[in-house]
Design a binder for this molecule. Sequence first.
Ligand SMILES: *Cc1c(COP(=O)(O)O)cnc(C)c1O
Length: 402
Amino acid sequence: MATSSELIGVIERRSAHNYHPLPVVISEAQGAWVTDVDGRRFLDCLSGYSSLNFGHGNEKIVEAAQRQLARLTLTSRAFYHDQFAEFCAGLGDLTGKDMILPMNTGAEAVETAIKVARKWGYEVKGVEPEQATIIVMEDNFHGRTTTIVSFSTDPDARDGFGPYTPGFKIVKYGSVEAVREAIDANTVAVLVEPIQGEAGVLVPPDGYLTQLRELCTAENILMIADEIQSGLGRTGRTFACDHEGVVPDMYVLGKALGGGVVPVSAVAANADVLGVIKPGQHGSTFGGNPLACAVGNAVIEILRTGEFQERAARLGEVLHARLRELIGDGVVTVRGRGLWAGVDIDPSLATGRQVSEALMARGVLAKDTHGSTIRLAPPIVISEEDLLWAVDQLADAIASFR
Ligand SMILES: *Cc1c(COP(=O)(O)O)cnc(C)c1O
């Protein structure tokens, strides 16, 4: 069998260099642990960017996938299939919304929300044709399509991919005043991550989401919450918006909705919003396929018990208490909520990449984001013991740069 360095050699020659992975070739995983082709074990503290909230090889999810794989995998939306009713009703109940529009990847669900908001703006709000604008946040991450990178403020994500899609206004994240000032008669929606994951797990000030909700209601603007990374248990609640009791007009979901097995994304909204989409106006060959729905149904069933939300909240307190002890010891700040943390490393000590590599050498897989931040987001099935061990490895990795 090929070694990891042989495989990495082939991958680096034959795959596009659109990522800069850590040099580990994973071949198996269970729960919070992965094994590489050389037989080394690592604790997964990334969870596929929070796609694996319920753990690798989750029994209920894998069982649902295997059962469905053998029965029916694809019909296209030209026909109905027997998994679709439960998916729409189940996800509708989980979000408290009337209707679901299923897609595959997160970016497609964000695109869906943008299209729905524009159409709602023209047909319901009465905005002049072609004039709709959507307010978005600095340092946002909503995916990689040409429209979405058009309103990215990250030069790596955006530069060189123009011409850009118009119709977006970018404002400072965390400031309700900035949103208020950006609103005009053509504003149809505000698109916001309740916690900015890729930006480094940035938690907005308390009350921000509540005030944003009130502002959107007062101005007849749709509040769109991109909960692709923050949702489905990660923060200790089903949705990050739940921490403020805020209900957006549209939830955008993805990542963990597919249980780490298949890409499953969706927009959830009430009929007065999602009802603007008529046959032929939007769709996807694979969106809402039977396999995706069966997996999604298992995920929804798991979330219904509240068990994972509670576990993330409890373990999150353990994680944050322990991480805060490192402040001053090579750690500048710690942010986050639930089992999700952004740890800023003292940049004079090491880069985030260097710390990620040192962590890997100690058996922990985590990834840097934006220079000197390490994101920790282990599967929620992780044991408390393993979690504390991971933080010990982080402390040791940082200490090694002194
Ligand atoms: C990952 C992510 C996306 C994009 O999802 P893909 O499945 O990679 O297209 C969009 N928004 C947020 C907040 C994300 O974390």
